[in-house]
Ligand binder design. Structure first.
Ligand SMILES: [Mg+2]
Length: 264
């Protein structure tokens, strides 16, 4: 798996030699080649990075068992991912692919072609909250999270806002389906509008009958009701597999990245 120190040393020496040959005009190639940086990038760090990347991939592919917190050794990795370009690029590609699909569908004239969006970590970002709570390292605290929700200041996830507007302009009926409670309707509406979202057709929150239901059951039931109302669910965007699987599935579903928490 790992190279013995001697081989590593030879590897770096070779890099230095080939580098100096390619730049004969360089007066002091030892300063040009970022040698100390490469040596500081230890094998252990690389191993952790690879293992955490495998963990994240397994999560995104829904191959992990239900999990409560980010593994301790991946705390720094997840923080780096969430605050760096990786998360943004992953969001952008989902948005772009969803838009391509949305544009490719010939909609009916009856106004019953629907696109479902989840809210948290799909349209609105709770990153400011999670940044203050270890980016998923801490066990989820409902009371503290609700304190954050009622502030109503979650920013838009920009690539999702773009998809949202494209989908609206194409003529889809936008239905918002969230695990947030009905008692947070007003603050959620204000937050969505302040973040730039508009003209949704329906906003469905957990009512008293939905309390205690697993998300996958609650969301499947709500999609079933949409179908009974005549809607054709053509697209569905969510950051949790429980937004997308179950029954009354969308024709096509789009999974946004989220390595911070898991909801079944
Ligand atoms: Mg969500």
């Amino acid at each position: 798996m790992t190279l013995p120190p001697l081989k590593l040393f030879l590897l770096f020496s070779l890099f230095s030699i080939s580098f100096s040959h390619e730049t004969p005009s360089s007066h002091d190639h030892h300063h040009v080649f970022p040698r100390p940086l490469i040596l500081e990038y230890s094998e252990l760090e690389e191993e952790v990075r690879l293992r955490c990347s495998s963990w994240r991939f397994a999560g995104e592919a829904n191959n992990l068992s239900p999990w409560k917190t980010v593994p301790k050794e991946c705390a720094e990795y997840v923080k780096e991912y969430m605050t760096g370009k990786g998360y943004v690029y992953d969001l952008e590609i989902v948005s772009k692919e969803a838009e391509e699909y949305a544009k490719s569908v010939q909609l009916n004239e009856d106004g019953l072609d629907a696109w479902i969006f989840d809210i948290d970590e799909t349209l609105l970002s709770n990153l400011p909250y999670y940044a203050a709570h270890g980016f998923g390292l801490q066990v989820f605290d409902h009371a503290k999270f609700d304190d954050w929700v009622v502030k109503g200041v979650a920013p838009a996830i920009e690539p999702s806002l773009k998809l949202y507007e494209d989908v609206l302009n194409l003529g889809y009926k936008v239905i918002l389906l969230t695990g947030r409670s009905e008692q947070h309707r007003a603050v959620t509406v204000d937050n969505l509008i302040n973040a730039g979202f508009r003209d949704w057709h329906q906003l469905i929150l957990r009512g008293s009958d939905d309390k205690g239901k697993r998300a996958v059951i609650y969301k499947s039931e709500k999609r079933s009701e949409m179908e009974k109302d005549g809607y054709r669910i053509l697209g569905n965007s969510g950051d949790q597999w429980s937004d997308l699987i179950g029954s009354s599935l969308s024709v096509k579903s789009f999974k946004l990245p989220n390595p911070m928490y898991y909801i079944s």
